[in-house]
Ligand binder design. Structure first.
Ligand SMILES: *Cc1c(COP(=O)(O)O)cnc(C)c1O
Length: 371
């Protein structure tokens, strides 16, 4: 699904030197490489505070802790997402409230958010799924009217631009009160291990995030809050600084591959190609098709027989997961998500796909469909 080796080969000299520098300095934790990357990331996103942490799941958890959310508080999120989003809500004793998504963009449905709000609702966590932003105009409008926090789960859409109907354009992840991302190796901005970051323009929220991520400590060895230990190490930061400089080029390469897929599958009735949301650029974390009337598993097996990987993101909706079974929800409650879970699949999507590979992948998919 990804080609991290091919990508590394192109930046190898710079990466090898940067890693060696960290080792020579022995500043493995909170070294200058972390501060450098943080400053570059703040510039790139156009935001006041980037707080690096250990992974995207921690970023979400620390955000909710920093906002002072309390057990029983309701947090609204999308039913079609990676489990981490709901996991941290549940772990903190908060109540995950699930809402359906838009069938075209796969992102949270604002009308459904509005309906799910109760006096206990404290926050909304929109997920910018597969590489494009949710409708942040609508999400922010709802949040303002109901006095709710917004935490953007931007683990899959780092670098995507959101253009508001009011005229401004901002990076996804810097529109809500807090944004979160992951630097897991296969993400659009991936490091060579685990990593994550939290974004905010709010000085007080930033102070809380830094303290919570550092054992709830604001003055050394005085612990005002129960915190966690979550850091980005210097080697990862050094790698990320180099890859951040390439992030827009990476998005261009992903879009080129996506356009190739789009053209190859245009007019194929049994495949719906990804719909571009008018307010967001797409950075194609995944290229996800919706099948219609074909045996999805047989297609994936057929591709596997030709050594072409294909994956289902995601086969089971949040409310249908065993660990998240909840008397409030049953099968049929989120028809769009449940339908997508039965029909979607994703093709290889990364920065190193060449025409020969794309031709082989698309012709193999078409061979299955036309046989
Ligand atoms: C990857 C991902 C996460 C978690 O990131 P980790 O770094 O693996 O903890 C959270 N939410 C979404 C939508 C993701 O894709």
């Amino acid at each position: 699904m990804v080609d991290l080796k091919g990508q590394y080969e192109k930046i190898k000299p710079a990466v090898d030197i940067a890693i060696q520098e960290v080792i020579d300095s022995t500043a493995f934790i909170n070294g200058p490489a972390v501060r450098d990357f943080q400053a570059e990331m703040e510039k790139y996103l156009g935001i006041k505070h980037v707080i690096p942490c250990a992974n995207g799941t921690d970023a979400l958890q620390i955000s909710m802790m920093a906002l002072g959310l309390k057990p029983g508080d309701e947090v609204i999120t999308a039913s079609f997402t990676f489990i981490a989003t709901a996991e941290v809500i549940a772990l903190l004793g908060l109540s995950p409230v699930v809402v359906d998504v838009d069938p075209d963009t796969f992102n949270i449905d604002p009308a459904a958010i509005e309906k799910a709000i109760t006096p206990k609702t404290k926050a909304i966590v929109p997920v910018h799924l597969f590489g494009q932003c949710a409708d942040m105009d609508a999400v922010m409008d709802i949040a303002q009217r109901h006095n709710l926090f917004v935490i953007e789960d931007n683990c899959q859409a780092i670098g995507a631009d959101f253009t508001s109907s009011k005229g401004w354009t901002k990076k996804g992840g810097v529109i809500g009160h807090i944004g979160c991302t992951s630097f897991f190796p296969s993400k659009n901005l991936g490091c060579y291990g685990d990593g994550g970051a939290i974004f905010t323009n709010d000085d007080e929220i930033a102070r809380m995030i830094r303290g919570i991520a550092n054992h709830g400590m604001f003055v050394r060895y005085y612990h005002d809050y129960v915190g966690v230990n979550s850091r980005l190490d210097s080697i990862q930061a050094a790698v990320l600084k180099i890859k951040l400089a390439q992030l827009d080029n990476y998005a261009t390469a992903r879009n080129k591959a996506a356009t190739f897929y789009d053209n190859a599958f245009a007019g194929v009735k049994s495949l719906k190609t990804p719909v571009r949301f008018s307010k967001s650029s797409h950075v194609f974390h995944q290229y996800t098709l919706v099948t219609d009337g074909i045996d999805r598993n047989a297609l994936i097996e057929f591709l596997a027989s030709k050594d072409i990987p294909a994956m289902i993101y995601y086969p089971v909706a949040l409310h249908m997961q065993k660990a998240y079974s909840d008397s409030r929800y049953k099968e049929g409650d989120f028809p769009v998500t449940e339908d997508l879970c039965r029909r979607v699949f994703s093709l290889p999507m990364h920065t190193e796909l060449d025409t020969e590979q794309l031709e082989f992948i698309t012709s193999s998919v078409l061979e299955f469909i036309n046989r």
